[in-house]
Design a protein around this ligand. Structure first.
Ligand code: ADP
Ligand code: MG
Length: 602
């Protein structure tokens, strides 16, 4: 056969490369914005028309290019960012492949103007679909403007794949937002068909930038993550479990300030929540990872969305740990919504008239520390569904203040006394406000962790039933009992199987509060049946179903001692503020909020 192999002409090679790098308008915007950042731009503006299909323009005030560079920039593999092979393993810039401009120019009409410090005249370079560049003078301050129009005008096949203007616009907005999040010090604007869509002034920190990009409401539901060791530095924000979303698309990940996608690392964030996320919910997260440049390989994919780590499991483990720590250290509790986003101004801090304010401080502090109402009264039957607090108690408390009042130092964790409301909630006065504890939710958390610990041990403490309970179950349910037999035993259930459908329970775990063992067991089995929980171990599934049904319920009256026991147990758990299924256990009401509601001046 005659020789068949030919080296492709440059223009065709560029078009093929463009197929990998340039998929849609948003890919062009991404490459141009990255170039602007690499060039040191401090103000970057992006304009698009018709989703970028018709026109896109990126303007920066970075270093610009000399005339020679401006022409060379359109050659494939022309880059100022790496020089030798060694550099390839230490990529500190967005670009390095030197193919973005060449690719873009091969499939669109490009008009670039640039000027660099010290040049008399700026340069304008125009290229239409890989044609020979037309170079002219152009007046321009230092910086670069790249205008790209009629994307894929010479590649009808690709043009067909472009989506509606709305969809393409959405992609562009998302690209710009995601880059902007990592560079709070750079001012970004995005104009869509003449309308200002994003306007992000330079700010000093990521949180403020994230607020501008993601919105205050969401950011108020986020908690900070930080982690730092020799190998990796992590910072960012993750959502409280109750703010989790139904889709996985709200996880933003950055490696050395480059937005990337990594299933594995998104998974690490997800796993970090353990079992506290509601079922089928995914966290919102903004995570910045900083690792040594030689620990990552960004040269995996032309669009550089994917990265490879020299040791991914190490990063995975650190990230998971960081998320777990963040959740443990924060009050994962929704504080009552306030209309005024900033309540710090209402705090009784540095009031004018220092002496007076200073004199008031201790009195105020003392009032909150006094056991104002005395110990809660026993729960008498007819107090059911009522506040157990009465004015008489308050009067007694006021009396105490003058006399032998029980003034005690206490922190959030040690509470003075507790009141049960509606046989469902426990009211506790804490430093700076009060909290309401959902007794059922709290006990669920306590039992969940106890159950997990119990199953870790050989023999579980169990309580023999005076009257063993016989249950008739359906065949699939019996199968479930068989499947989890060992785990039931380790938890403290003594279960015997009789025949095809009958189960006898003659001992239950000591920690069980529920009196109706048959209901408890039935519910657990039903629950196991309907929760094919992914990502859960058998232990976790059993603990989850047990804790959901075996504990104190709404409507159960509690003695002062029981309440104290419960509250102490709750705050001794690893995650006191949420149930294993991610519902809050506690709602806090800060004093400032109460004062605000009474229209009290601060
Ligand atoms: P890469 O970014 O991978 O180097 P590009 O094709 O995106 O490849 O850009 C080629 C070169 O053009 C860059 O290395 C840079 O020197 C120059 N360049 C591109 N955009 C700009 C800009 N906005 N300001 C200054 N120089 C730029
Ligand atoms: Mg580039």
């Amino acid at each position: 056969m005659a020789d068949q192999i030919k080296v492709l002409p440059e223009k065709l090679a560029n078009m093929i490369a463009a197929g990998e790098v340039i998929e849609r308008p948003a890919s062009v915007v991404k490459e141009l914005v990255e170039n602007a950042i690499d060039a040191g731009g401090e103000r970057i503006s992006v304009e698009i028309k018709s989703g970028g299909k018709q026109h896109m323009r990126v303007v920066d005030d970075g270093g610009g290019m000399s005339r020679e560079d401006a022409v060379l920039a359109f050659e494939r593999h022309a880059t100022s960012k790496i020089a030798g092979e060694d550099d390839l393993y230490r990529i500190g810039t967005f670009g390095f492949r030197g193919e973005a401009l060449a690719s873009i120019a091969s499939v669109a009409r490009v008009d670039l103007t640039t000027n660099t410090q010290g040049e008399a005249a700026g340069t304008r370079v125009r290229i239409d679909g890989g044609s020979v560049p037309k170079v002219t003078d152009a007046g321009r301050a230092t910086g670069t403007t790249v205008a790209v129009s009629q994307l894929f005008f010479n590649v009808p096949a690709r043009r067909k794949f472009l989506r509606t203007t709305a969809t393409e616009t959405r992609h562009v907005v998302s690209v710009v937002s995601s880059i902007a999040m990592a560079y709070p010090g750079i001012a970004f604007t995005l104009t869509v068909d003449g309308r200002d869509t994003l306007s992000l002034p330079a700010v000093s920190n990521t949180y403020t930038r994230a607020q501008a990009v993601m919105g205050n409401t969401l950011m108020n539901q986020m908690i900070p993550v930080t982690f730092d060791d020799d190998f990796v530095k992590i910072h960012g924000f993750i959502s409280r479990p109750d703010a989790a979303r139904v889709s996985r698309t709200h996880q933003h990940l950055y490696i050395n300030l480059r937005p990337v996608s990594s299933r594995a690392l998104n998974r690490a964030v997800f796993e970090g929540y353990g079992s506290i996320l509601p079922r089928d919910r995914y966290p919102v997260s903004i995570i910045f990872l900083n690792v040594d440049l030689d620990q990552v390989d960004v040269n995996v994919h032309p669009a550089k969305r994917e990265i490879r780590f020299s040791d991914e499991s190490m990063i995975y483990e650190r990230l998971l740990r960081a998320v777990r720590l963040a959740l443990q250290n924060s009050d994962v509790v929704p504080v009552f919504e306030t209309d005024t986003p900033d309540i710090s101004g209402l705090a009784p801090a540095e009031a004018p008239g220092g002496v007076h304010a200073a004199g008031q401080e201790p009195a105020m502090a003392r009032r909150t520390q006094i056991d104002l109402f005395g110990p809660a009264r026993g729960i008498d039957g007819d107090a059911l569904g009522e506040w157990t607090y009465t004015p008489a108690d308050a009067a007694r408390g006021a009396h105490d203040e003058g006399g032998q009042g029980t003034v005690r130092e206490h922190s959030d964790a040690e509470m003075v006394s507790l009141w049960q409301l509606h046989n469902a909630y426990i009211l506790a006065q804490v430093k700076g406000g009060f909290m309401l504890i959902d007794q059922h939710a709290a006990h669920e958390r306590v039992l969940f962790e106890q159950a997990l610990r119990t199953m870790d041990h050989e023999s579980a403490p169990s309580r023999q039933l005076l009257f063993p309970v016989t249950l008739d179950l359906m065949v699939p349910q019996i199968a479930l009992v068989r499947e989890h037999f060992d785990h039931f035993a380790r938890l403290g259930f003594n279960v015997k199987l009789f025949g095809e459908q009958t189960v006898v329970v003659d001992a239950v775990p000591c920690m069980t509060s529920s009196q109706e063992v048959d209901t408890l067991f039935h519910r657990m089995i039903e629950n196991l049946q309907e929760t094919p929980e992914k990502n859960l171990t058998k232990e976790e599934r059993i603990a989850l179903t047990f804790s959901g049904h075996a504990g104190i319920r709404k409507g159960d009256p509690l003695s002062q001692q029981e309440m104290n026991g419960l509250v102490n147990d709750l705050f001794a758990t690893e995650m006191p503020y949420v149930t294993p299924r991610g519902r809050p256990t506690v709602v806090r009401m800060p004093l400032e909020e109460i004062e605000r509601r009474f229209n009290r001046p601060p």
